[in-house]
Design a protein around this ligand. Structure first.
Ligand code: CU
Length: 128
């Protein structure tokens, strides 16, 4: 039989492990609702901005966005919120090439201090 001391430390370890799993932002829950351009959209014009909508107001300084595409990482500027539970940023180069793009986001949203992360893709196909 394990000693009660050993049992207590096992229980403590289990509780710790369970709480770590509970904190991880890789669970099913996400505050992310939708984006413009939309996830999986095929666009016939290069987008000028990225706008992501959440279920509460994001904390801009604690959030970030990156855009990766055919030429690697694209410069983004003017990260802000329009105050509509959104994050918005301008794509610096107004003529990004045709191809597949991935938006990676990280955000602290509303009263929740957790950092959530996610990504989605869209395609630009202008045939120019
Ligand atoms: Cu804006």
């Amino acid at each position: 039989m394990p000693s009660s001391k050993k049992l207590k430390s096992l229980v403590a370890l289990f509780v710790l492990a369970a709480s770590l799993v509970g904190c991880a932002s890789s669970g099913d829950y996400t505050p992310f609702l939708r984006a413009e351009p939309a996830a999986d959209a095929v666009l016939n014009r290069a987008p000028r901005n990225l706008r992501l909508f959440y279920n509460a107001l994001p904390d801009v300084p604690k959030s970030s966005l990156t855009l990766t595409g055919p030429d690697g990482n694209y410069d983004l500027r003017g990260f802000h919120t329009m105050g509509s539970d959104d994050l918005m940023i301008e794509i610096t180069n107004p003529s990004i090439p045709d191809g597949d793009y991935v938006v990676d986001w990280s955000a602290v949203v509303g009263e929740d201090s957790a950092v959530y992360e996610g990504s989605y893709r869209f395609t630009v196909a202008t045939d120019r």
